[in-house]
Design a protein around this ligand. Structure first.
Ligand code: AP5
Ligand code: MG
Length: 214
């Protein structure tokens, strides 16, 4: 099962992708997480990506496409995978389709987690990310057991630099301009499924399971 998660920043792509990966036992591939790990480790890719991410802009396609195409060819992706944050532009989607066609494969589902802009800024200001393992929480909607401390690894939680309201607004603009056209792209491909992302996290997941099957 090969799945793409679509949706605005903060729609809940990562939250749902992790649950899908656990239930169906497939890898969760998040380009945002890959870039953040590279930034943390001070790699050349990380340094390049950071200048764009801090401004709420997309990292250029040429820094993203090969990375993902190489990743999905690894052995653990043989039974499928869930892509979170990729593709994000039409050229990225075309490059993915082309690379898959060469090996006789294609994506099965593009799940659009639909949340209106009005909800996004509030949601993002409450998100907290672990400095250690990158797990994400929400002050109101997905709180940790002990305030400010990661449930998984015990490290401290922070507000991501790009989750500050001004940068979130910029990211939303970039989403509408560059990523939203993918809704039509995957509608035309016949694999788009839209789910309401404004309801409770577990209810969003149940809708997704109804689409993917038990
Ligand atoms: P990325 O990390 O992908 O950021 P994003 O798309 O902006 O999405 P987020 O991770 O912020 O949100 P999400 O939808 O995963 O929401 P989450 O589940 O955390 O990318 C970061 C940057 O990297 C980009 O801006 C770009 O610069 C670069 N980049 C990455 N990929 C790229 C690519 N392919 N091309 C070019 N550049 C790229 O949920 C958000 C919050 O809401 C959480 O606190 C969560 O607990 C809470 N929540 C989730 N669901 C619900 C719910 N149903 N109800 C209430 N709260 C909820
Ligand atoms: Mg995410």
């Amino acid at each position: 099962m090969k799945i793409i998660m679509l949706g605005a920043p903060g729609a809940g792509k990562g939250t749902q992708a992790k649950k899908i990966a656990a239930k169906y036992n497939i890898p969760h591939i998040s380009t945002g997480d890959i870039f953040r790990a590279n930034i943390k480790n001070g790699t050349e890719l990380g340094n390049k990506a950071k200048t764009y991410m801090d401004q709420g802009l997309l990292v250029p396609d040429e820094l993203v496409v090969d990375l993902v195409v190489d990743r999905v060819k690894q052995d653990d992706c043989a039974n499928g995978y869930v892509l979170d944050g990729f593709p994000r532009t039409i050229p990225q989607a075309e490059a993915l389709d082309k690379a898959l066609a060469v090996i006789g494969e294609k994506m099965d589902y593009a799940i659009d987690v639909d949340v209106p802009d009005e909800n996004i800024v509030h949601r993002m200001s409450g998100r907290r990310a672990c400095v250690g393992c990158g797990a994400t929480y929400h002050l109101e909607y997905a709180p940790t057991k002990v305030e400010g401390i990661c449930d998984t690894c015990g490290k401290e939680l922070i507000l991501r630099d790009d989750d500050k309201p001004e940068t979130v607004k910029k990211r939303l603009g970039v989403y509408h301009e560059q990523t939203q056209p993918l809704i039509d792209y995957y509608t035309n491909a016949g694999i788009l499924k839209t789910v309401d992302g404004t309801v409770d996290i577990n209810d969003v997941f149940q809708t997704i399971v109804n689409i993917l099957g038990e």
